[in-house]
Structures are given as C-alpha cells and as structure tokens.
Design a protein around this ligand. Structure first.
Ligand code: SAM
Length: 256
C-alpha cells in the first residue's frame, strides 16, 4: 500500500506507542469512541479491545480491505471525509455514557478537524490526538511564550489540554518530516463568559499582529474601558496579547 501524502498518511508502526496511546484512553464498554482516520487500523485494533462502541471515519476507500474486517456489532467504519460527515446522525441510535474522540490525525487538517468537532457541540468527555509537535506546543502554550496565541485560548475555552508524550518520527511509515506528540483534551467547566462570540472576537483581534501592543491591535475598541481592566490586573497599557492570561481576556470581554 503506497501512502498518500495528500491525505496525510503516515502510519503508526511502533507497538509501544500504540499501547501507550491505548493506555491513555479511559473509555470503558459503555462509552463511545470515535476514531478519525483509522488508516490500516493500527489504533483501531487496540481500541476494539476496550469493547466500547467504536465508530471510525476514513476518507480513503483503499483502506476498505484493512478496515472492513474489523467491523462487528460494536465497531462501525464509515468511509467518508470527517469534515463532511453527519456525526450526530451517525451516533443517534447508540446508547453510551461518555464520548471519546481519538485519532492519529491527518496533519494538513488538524485545526479544521478540531474546530469542526467543537462546532458540533457534542458533549465530549475527552479527545486524544496525535498531532505535529509544534502544533501540540501551540495548543498547550502558556502566556509569555512565543507559542501562545488565539488558538491556545480558543481551545482552552472548552478543554484542559495536556501534552502527554512526544512521538519520534521513526515510529511512522513513511517517516514524516516533523516530530509528533500526543495531546489530551479534557472537558472543563464553562468560563464565566457573558458572550462567547464577543470573547472569541476579542482574542482574534488581540493577536492580529504579533509584534503590536494590545492597544494597537484593539484600535477599533474603546480602550479606556480596557485600560481600567489592565490597571486592575497591574498591567501596563503597552502590554502585548501574549503576556495576558485567560482571566484578563475574560475580564476585558465582560467589560467592553
Ligand atoms: N490511524 C492510522 C495510523 O495511526 O496508522 C492512520 C493515521 S494517518 C496519520 C491519517 C489518516 O487519516 C489516513 O488514514 C488518512 O487517509 C485519513 N484521512 C485524511 N483525511 C481525512 C478526512 N478528511 N476524513 C477522514 N479521514 C481522513
């Protein structure tokens, strides 16, 4: 089987990593696991051992011979683009306690997939993904680091995100150009936000130009109100967005 670069196909071949991923997923038999991009089934086979309900979305029909044989009454493979799938419809007849989403993701659409899943507003308990290490670092970045940005805060709004472990490029076939990491997203308590849309717009606007100050990036806003919040947090008027933690953005968003 020749891997298709255009579909982000890098197959996991390291048994230790596959087992480590399996051990990091806390699903039990009354849960539902959705796997994105099962490929030749490296993860699917170990996920099946959990005996949970399992639904996998694979875009590449050439994987049919590898995946069809894994189907049974609790495992279903859907050959479709995840981004065009009607997940709600596909899972509506399944009774389950908790929803887990898992995948060694196709890296060319990592963020679109995660945004797509968030927009579905499913009640997701945990997501566990293999992503490019650089992306893992952005998703889990702390204020004051160069990786910290609007995507960090956007994801943090919904989940506590943790980088579990690095995965060497030699664990895949073909060997990709980049190193990888496993990250876990855990559902968190909702933030005391008044307006989700306003909060997300504020975040995107604040980080618009990396080198500019918050004040410059938010030139379209009433900065007097924002200044008051900055003073409350002992921050200078010339701070940059990457220096501010979530609490400050929440306070600003709720007061403009
Ligand atoms: N899970 C396998 C493994 O770990 O060896 C394969 C992982 S490979 C990095 C990504 C998989 O996602 C490929 O099988 C690819 O065909 C599939 N894929 C790519 N784009 C997809 C999409 N839009 N929807 C569903 N699957 C997709």
């Amino acid at each position: 089987m020749k891997a298709k670069k255009s579909l982000g196909q890098n197959f996991l071949i390291d048994k230790n990593i596959i087992d480590k991923i399996e051990n990091s997923i806390n699903a039990t038999e009354n849960d539902l696991i959705i796997e994105i991009g099962p490929g030749m089934g490296a993860l699917t086979k170990v996920l099946k051992q959990k005996n949970a309900n399992l639904i996998c979305y694979e875009i590449d029909h050439d994987m049919i011979p590898y995946l069809k044989v894994l189907e049974d009454e609790k495992t279903k493979i859907i050959f479709n683009d995840i981004l065009l799938s009607n997940i709600k419809e596909d899972i509506k007849n399944i009774n389950y306690n908790n929803l887990f989403i898992v995948g060694n993701l196709p890296y060319y659409i990592t963020t679109p997939i995660i945004r797509f899943l968030i927009d579905l507003k499913l009640d997701i308990k945990e997501m566990l993904f293999m992503v490019q290490e650089e992306v893992a670092d952005r998703f889990t970045a702390l204020p004051g680091t160069k990786e910290y940005g609007s995507i960090t805060l956007y994801l943090k709004y919904y989940f506590n995100i943790e980088k579990l472990f690095r995965v060497s490029k030699n664990c895949f076939k073909p060997v990709p150009k980049v190193e990888s990491a496993i990250i876990r997203f855990e559902k968190r308590e909702r933030l005391p936000q008044t307006n989700e849309e306003k909060y997300f717009k504020l975040i995107v606007d604040s980080f618009k130009m990396k080198r500019k100050t918050l004040k410059n990036n938010l030139s379209g806003y009433n900065f007097d109100k924002i200044k008051k919040i900055l003073v409350e947090f002992n921050l200078s008027e010339s701070v940059r967005a990457e220096e501010l933690d979530e609490k400050v953005f929440v306070a600003i968003s709720n007061n403009i």
